[in-house]
Design a protein around this ligand. Sequence first.
Ligand SMILES: C[S@@+](CC[C@H](N)C(=O)[O-])C[C@H]1O[C@@H](n2cnc3c(N)ncnc32)[C@H](O)[C@@H]1O
Length: 197
Amino acid sequence: MDERKLARLVTDVVVRRPFLWRFARGRLRDMCDRIAPTWETRLRPEHLDALRLALEGLPAPARVLDVGTGTGVAAHALAAWFPAAADVVGVDLAPGMVAQAAAKGGRARFEVADASALPFAGGSFDLVVLVNAIPFFDELARVTAPGGAIAVSFSRGAETPIFVPEERLRRELGRRGFADFAAFAAPPATAFRALKR
Ligand SMILES: C[S@@+](CC[C@H](N)C(=O)[O-])C[C@H]1O[C@@H](n2cnc3c(N)ncnc32)[C@H](O)[C@@H]1O
């Protein structure tokens, strides 16, 4: 199965049945490690445009997490967009991706971590971001502080291999105490934002 089909299949399955992640984890991590050195050749200049829109007007966060950070493109951008943030962290399952992200230097820091079991205390972040990453909703809700925000962006909208429809995001986040939903588009990118009560 090619990479894109595998990413879409794993996303569809894991969003519905997160406990099945354990069967896909190794294969996906190895695939992402393999593509890490050339990952950014796949990104378009408008990669973060919808995310940027989704973050406009939010109160400046002190603690920011980028889940599934890859080579850290969003985490480094977040550090630049929120210069007063005390901590900007990017986590990724694939050590090869994290190595690429950390090698750029800068204010963001990076850790190898699995989004299904994040190594952070509850309520650790005022802003949690995912760009083209599989959402593990229980963990996202746990690490977001009350009053904090989550922003989920897909850089090619529904054509992104890792994609979750807005309706599913709304339902899963709504169940976990998020509200004030808002959707954004900067074609082809889309983003969805929610605030934790
Ligand atoms: C499509 S890439 C997106 C990378 C980056 N956010 C970007 O837009 O450039 C998805 C990333 O999620 C990571 N990933 C997949 N499952 C993960 C998990 N359970 N926990 C942490 N990272 C994960 C992969 O290693 C990969 O780097």
